[in-house]
Design a protein around this ligand. Structure first.
Ligand code: HEM
Length: 479
């Protein structure tokens, strides 16, 4: 009965003057939860058509205001007084990683991350990543001949390589990276359902056992490698210890870090290579840029230590920006901790209620907004390139120049700290593949698989299915 009364109270909310349009959805309490979960991009696009750039939805008992005007995003991204990131984050950490780190201050954690992903640490990590990528890609043919074609799905080829190289880079383990990758993929495949509490019983069992297995794999060798101070994971453990985190939570936090550092670069590389393979003009433009670079610097042909430092690659950069525009779909959430007046770029003001949530979904706008990007569904490799081969940074909406014309890395205080590392890693990987391997689609007419719609909201989207490719070492590599 109590529950019923509560449901009625929740349901009785109505729109007040100065509030965004309110859409409570078809089902009491649940509201729009089911359609939102199924395909967030499709659902929010429909809501945008119905209500415009701002509206409030009921989703599983919670009221969520969705803002889709990129010109007004800064009012959310830079407000750390009325809006708070840590509540949404802590809820997800608990739900996905069974992890509680309540005593760590977000600013202390952010400072630690900046120190360990950027600056001096960044070049050390990038050099190590490059070595690991080379070893896995060029030296690890496990008994089969490198001159023979190997067939594989492009997604699993990219994800597995970048994951294993990244794992070896951050975790500096010599134990089997492949075993960790396999277990991780089982976990990652169920992650969206886990975050939305919609696992079936047998899926819950799988998640629990993969979690246990990953905690075990990540914590083994922990103490035996203690002597190797200075490593990234060593330093992370020390940080957690100083913040008073107990041993069990330290282990669980490692899985969170594994996911944060490894879940996006592999899938992004898949879309990038997939777009190149299905757009021959783009592939030729990138290869031609690489040929220019190897002429400039002959050491590139012989797998140098860090081949990309200081080299300008505007064509590749545009291809990457275009790939991320089409595939990065993070849902940026903040809890309203104090009533807030949200001032939109057009001067309109809206009252946001304390206890509600605000979400930005840059994938819909600016990234897929047809008022900003012509034919937004299409891959155009030179979309972010000026005629003089400089980076194109000027985009307009309704005649007004935009600050945020694509937003794959987020912005404000929580912008991705791993951005430079990720860009370098993807570039290293793609250049290694294109310079050292023959890579082609098994079926020349094949198309890229569609997006798995349940992944909208969780970073780089993943394909439903895969693209069959074959590859072998280029002749010049084994002469
Ligand atoms: C946060 C995107 C790769 C480390 C974020 C956020 C986005 C993002 C959008 C902000 C989320 C929010 O505001 O709620 C991406 C994309 C990547 C990528 C598109 C690859 C294509 C990486 C890599 C690392 C990394 C390789 C580490 C080496 C982090 C960390 C945060 C973060 C630690 C949390 C920052 C904070 O909470 O202050 N990422 N990321 N990311 N990213 Fe990335």
């Amino acid at each position: 009965n109590g529950l019923f009364v509560l449901v009625l109270i929740w349901s009785s909310r109505s729109r007040q003057k100065n509030e965004p349009p309110l859409d409570k959805g078809p089902i009491p309490w649940l509201g729009h939860a089911l359609t939102f979960r199924k395909d967030a991009a499709k659902f929010l696009a429909k809501m945008k058509t119905k209500h415009g750039d701002i509206f409030t939805l009921r989703v599983a008992g919670k009221y969520v205001t969705v803002l889709l005007d990129p010109d007004s995003y800064d009012a959310v991204l830079y407000d750390s007084v009325c809006l708070d990131n840590s509540q949404c984050k802590n809820q997800l950490l608990k739900r996905i990683f069974s992890l509680q780190l309540p005593n760590i201050k977000p600013t202390t954690e952010r400072r630690w991350m900046e120190q360990h992903f950027q600056g001096l640490s960044l070049s050390r990590l990038s050099i190590s990543m490059n070595t690991n990528l080379q070893n896995l890609l060029l030296n690890d043919w496990k008994g089969c001949s490198p001159t023979e074609w190997r067939e594989e799905g492009l997604f699993s080829f990219c994800y597995s390589l970048l994951f294993r190289a990244g794992y070896l880079t951050f975790f500096e383990r010599r134990n089997d990276a492949t075993a960790v990758y396999k277990e991780f993929r089982k976990f990652d495949d169920l992650l969206a359902k886990l975050a939305r509490c919609s696992l079936k019983r047998d899926e819950r069992r799988t998640v629990m056992s993969t979690q246990e297995r990953l905690w075990e794999l990540l914590s083994s060798n922990w103490s035996s490698e203690e002597s190797e101070s200075n490593s990234w994971q060593q330093s992370y453990r020390q940080f957690l210890q100083e913040e008073g985190v107990d041993a069990e939570m330290q282990n669980r936090a490692l899985l969170l870090q594994l996911w944060t550092t490894q879940c996006n670069a592999g899938p992004a590389s898949f879309w990038l290579l997939g777009f190149l393979l299905t757009h021959p003009k783009a592939m030729e433009a990138v290869k031609s840029e690489i040929r220019g670079l190897t002429l400039q610097d002959s050491s590139l042909q012989h797998a140098p230590i860090n081949p990309l430092e200081g080299l300008s690659t505007p064509v590749f950069d545009s291809v990457l920006s275009e790939t991320l525009r089409l595939s990065a779909a993070v849902l940026i959430s903040r809890e309203v901790v104090q009533d807030k007046i949200l001032r939109m770029a057009n001067g309109q003001e809206y009252h946001l209620r304390r206890g509600d949530r605000v979400c930005l979904f840059p994938f819909l706008s600016p990234q897929m907004d047809q008022d900003i990007h012509e034919e937004p569904q299409m891959f155009k490799y030179d979309r972010f390139l000026n005629e003089d081969k400089t980076e194109k940074k000027i985009f307009y909406k309704d005649g007004k120049r935009l600050k945020h014309y694509t937003l794959p890395w987020g912005a404000g205080g929580n912008v991705c700290v791993g951005k430079e590392f990720a860009v370098t890693a993807i570039k290293q990987f793609v250049f290694l593949v294109l310079t050292h391997l023959d890579l082609e689609m098994c079926d020349r007419e094949a198309k890229l698989p569609p997006v798995n719609p349940s992944r909208y909201g969780f970073g780089i989207v993943q394909p439903d299915g895969d693209l069959k490719v074959r590859y072998r070492l280029k002749k010049t590599q084994h002469e």
